[in-house]
Design a protein around this ligand. Structure first.
Ligand code: CTP
Length: 409
């Protein structure tokens, strides 16, 4: 048997094979990053291109990245007379990214006039399509209809994004984020989906408590850790609700974001999601206090000096402690940002807030607020895991690994 005819099972170690189809679009260069993203997740990638795609990026790029032959024409593979069938058979999924309006139309009609479309027609495994084109082509009734037809047939879509397009127009049509395309493909393959069917609640970012319409009490939280946890949970198959104070971060792909400003709003927004969640991660830096009587007009110097120099504060609700006090089977993860006695303080918070785990970090040095990396300890009732300094995105997966273990206990 020709090596290209090995089935997915025969490629060993249950390693999945994704056939990436590249079509003729300026975004074709991004397919190289998609290939790398899939490979990083342990996926074997093969590439098939249309002739038009080769005008934008060469097969040599993909041959070097995948260490596999890259096919373009129907009769490219002399040793394999029915190449389109063997390519389709060995794929656990086919991802077409970017997919042009023309190829979408051909797929919707079942036209098979080159290797890519012929292989797509012979495919029996799932197909994922990430379209990219001009906004007017994307919004054209013909394109919308073709997408609808394919969607009804079970094709998974990673919708194009809004933004500045290569043609100079602005609107929907940009190839979706590479991470989003890789995440959707992995999800379809069921890779790393240990949170599939689970609900995860994450709180993140700072809260903002008004003194008057101009001034407020807040803190330095960037929200990066909470957002990284929400993104990782979604990638691992969970349905995620992210209750977020104001941050400069983009909503993670596949996450339901609820924007809030104050601690009271955060508690109200988290309450419903907490009731149905399996894992709740409280990563927000909630202001402990809020002004008792926020002014509805700006407090002016000279006129309101007394009010400005002594702002009366009242205690905010503790979102984590309030919700965890009524927990049933949820795994509850809290955070502790400390400047001293880190582990002792974290142990005390674990007990006081009814948490199952506290992610403790030391914010007295260079790490913590706004940094890309952090150094944390995972403090549980019986053990403390010392996690080395890592990117917050890597810490997110380690926290979730531990939460998954607690779920299974
Ligand atoms: N937390 C919360 N609501 C609050 C205060 C804290 O949900 N009003 C949560 C945080 O999201 C975090 C944990 O409680 O998961 C610990 O937050 P932290 O600010 O470190 O602790 P505090 O309870 O505020 O205690 P202290 O300021 O004394 O360290």
């Amino acid at each position: 048997m020709d090596s290209t005819q090995a089935t997915a099972q025969e490629t060993g170690c249950n390693r999945k094979t994704v056939l990436v189809g590249v079509t003729g679009c300026i975004a074709a260069y991004k397919s190289a990053e998609i290939v790398r993203g899939l490979q990083k997740a342990g996926v074997r990638v093969k590439v098939v291109m249309t002739e038009h795609a080769c005008e934008f990026v060469g097969p040599t790029t993909f041959r070097a990245l995948t260490r596999e032959p890259v096919a373009v024409k129907l009769f490219d593979e002399p040793g394999d007379p029915i190449h389109h069938i063997s390519l389709a058979q060995e794929a656990d999924a086919m991802l077409i990214a970017p997919c042009t309006a023309n190829v979408l139309a051909k797929l919707a009609c079942g036209i098979a006039d080159d290797l890519l479309t012929t292989t797509a027609l012979a495919l029996t495994s799932p197909m994922i399509i990430a379209p990219a084109m001009n906004v007017h082509m994307y919004e054209n009734a013909a394109t919308r209809k073709n997408m609808g037809v394919l969607h009804t047939r079970g094709v998974h879509f990673v919708e194009a994004a809004d933004g500045y397009l290569a043609c100079g127009d602005t609107g929907k049509g940009r190839l979706a984020d590479v991470d989003a395309i890789v995440a959707e493909t992995l999800k379809v393959l069921g890779i790393g989906c240990d949170l599939a069917g689970r609900h995860v609640l994450v709180t993140a970012g700072p809260t903002v408590e008004a003194i008057d319409p101009v001034r407020y009490i807040s803190n330095h939280s960037s929200g990066k850790t909470g957002y990284a946890i929400a993104a990782a949970a979604a990638r691992r198959g969970a349905e995620v609700t992210l209750v977020s104070g104001p941050t400069a971060l983009e909503a993670p792909f596949g996450v339901h974001v609820v924007d809030v400003r104050t601690a009271c709003d955060m508690l109200a927004a988290a309450e419903e999601a907490f009731k149905i969640c399996d894992v709740a991660v409280f990563a927000a830096a909630v202001s402990d206090m809020r002004p008792k009587n926020p002014a509805d007009r700006k407090l002016k110097k000279g006129e309101a000096d007394e009010a400005l120099s002594s702002i009366e504060l009242v205690e905010n609700p503790d979102v984590l402690a309030t919700l965890a006090a009524a927990k049933t089977s949820q795994v509850v993860v809290g955070f502790a940002a400390e400047t001293n006695d880190v582990l002792e303080n974290a142990q005390a918070k674990l007990a006081r807030k009814h948490a199952d785990m506290i992610v403790a970090n030391d914010v007295s040095g260079e790490l913590g607020f706004g940094t890309e990396e952090n150094k944390v300890w995972l403090v549980g009732a019986d053990e403390v895991e010392d996690v080395p300094r890592l990117a917050k995105t890597e810490i997110a997966d380690i926290v979730l690994d531990r939460a998954v273990r607690l779920l299974e206990d």
